[in-house]
Design a binder for this molecule. Structure first.
Ligand code: P6P
Length: 333
């Protein structure tokens, strides 16, 4: 009698509990922390899906620490992440793109062992034109000997110290992608039941793709190496001519790169000589996932995950993608 293999239905909470076993003695606090993130992103996606209906479109009028006009959804997303995470006793410090300084949430609890760094709504300038946006997050363990109030020390750690990282892309569907260092796993939100269901187990970035993703409007201000590399891709230098895809939301551009392979770049430019993307809550989470999925991520000179952060909102150039494209970039000096 042939046996049929029944595909499992697994929610992200069940998956986290399974992954939890990788953290001996974590006593469920880690899965409890991650459940705060998943809850927050369900609340955010509910607003994103109704952005045009609930008078939440348009800007909040305020300007955030980055000097960017805050969209109302940015503010909402930032607040709801802080609210969902601050009730987790295991969380000591939050750092957000929307806040100049870290937020202390531990209330003095010695059980506070984790810092969560996040961009609540990446790509928010796309909100009003109904283009995909996303949330990114990075989870760090409290450094040995760090006091409860030494909050910068909790978050200013290189990407190699991340114990988990992930993103949610609010696109044609809402997909959560995360890793705790044991592969990359994707979950699609079933809005009918409000659960993230395992849809992309053990994601692997193809060894080579057919897309490169960069804002070519800035081409003339890239260092020469980047223009030469893009020409190599376009002219079939890696075996076939590449097509260009650029959404302008890092999470969406990276998600495509993770699924289809290829390369995403945000090089240094005249306006942003250190790159535009933020190390702690944009580059590090995607670099962690890329490496877990068999890809690579560099700032042009070194591995992104090795960069020692000096400040919370530090920028970095980012080149992230499939092994073939990344090895070609490395050779393109
Ligand atoms: P540009 C969105 O504002 C963001 O931070 C990333 O999500 C995105 O990749 C980048 O900026 C887009 O920047 O300069 O191409 O508009």
């Amino acid at each position: 009698m042939p046996t049929t293999r029944v595909p499992p239905i697994l929610t992200v909470q069940q998956h986290i509990l399974q992954e939890q076993k990788r953290f001996p003695g974590a006593s469920g606090e880690f899965s409890w922390l991650l459940s705060g993130i998943t809850l927050a992103t369900k609340l955010i996606q509910a607003k994103v899906r109704r952005a045009g209906l609930s008078d939440i479109l348009g800007d909040q009028g305020a300007v955030n620490v980055q000097g960017e006009v805050q969209q109302k959804l940015d503010v909402f997303a930032n607040e709801v992440l802080a609210q969902c995470l601050s009730v987790r006793e295991s969380v000591g410090v939050l750092a957000s793109e929307e806040n100049e300084n870290p937020i202390l949430v531990h209330g003095g609890s010695e059980k506070a062992n984790y810092a969560v760094v996040f961009d609540p709504l990446d790509g928010s300038s796309n909100i009003d034109v109904n283009v995909s946006v996303g949330t990114t997050f990075s989870i760090l363990r409290r450094p040995e000997g760090a006091s409860l109030d030494d909050h910068e020390r909790w978050v200013l750690q290189p990407g190699t110290k991340q114990i988990a990282a992930g993103y949610v892309v609010y696109g044609s569907s809402t997909i959560l992608v995360y890793s705790v260092g044991d592969g990359v796993h994707g979950f699609t939100l079933d809005p009918a039941v409000g659960a993230y269901i395992l849809s992309h187990p053990n994601m692997k970035m193809p060894a080579q793709g057919k897309y490169y993703s960069v804002n070519e409007a800035y081409r003339d201000s890239f260092p020469p190496r980047y223009a030469a590399y893009i020409d190599q891709l376009r002219n079939g230098g890696l075996g076939h001519p590449y097509a260009s895809r650029y959404i302008g939301s890092m999470v969406a551009d990276f998600h495509r790169t993770l699924l289809k392979g290829g390369v995403f770049l945000y090089p240094p430019t005249t306006d942003n000589p250190a790159g535009k993307l933020r190390l702690l809550y944009e580059a590090n989470p995607v670099a962690f996932l890329a490496e877990q999925a068999g890809g690579l991520a560099t700032d042009g000179e070194r591995r992104v995950l090795d960069i020692p952060p000096d400040s919370i909102h530090q920028r970095t150039p980012l080149v992230v993608g499939s092994r073939t494209e990344m090895e070609a970039f490395e050779a393109c000096r």
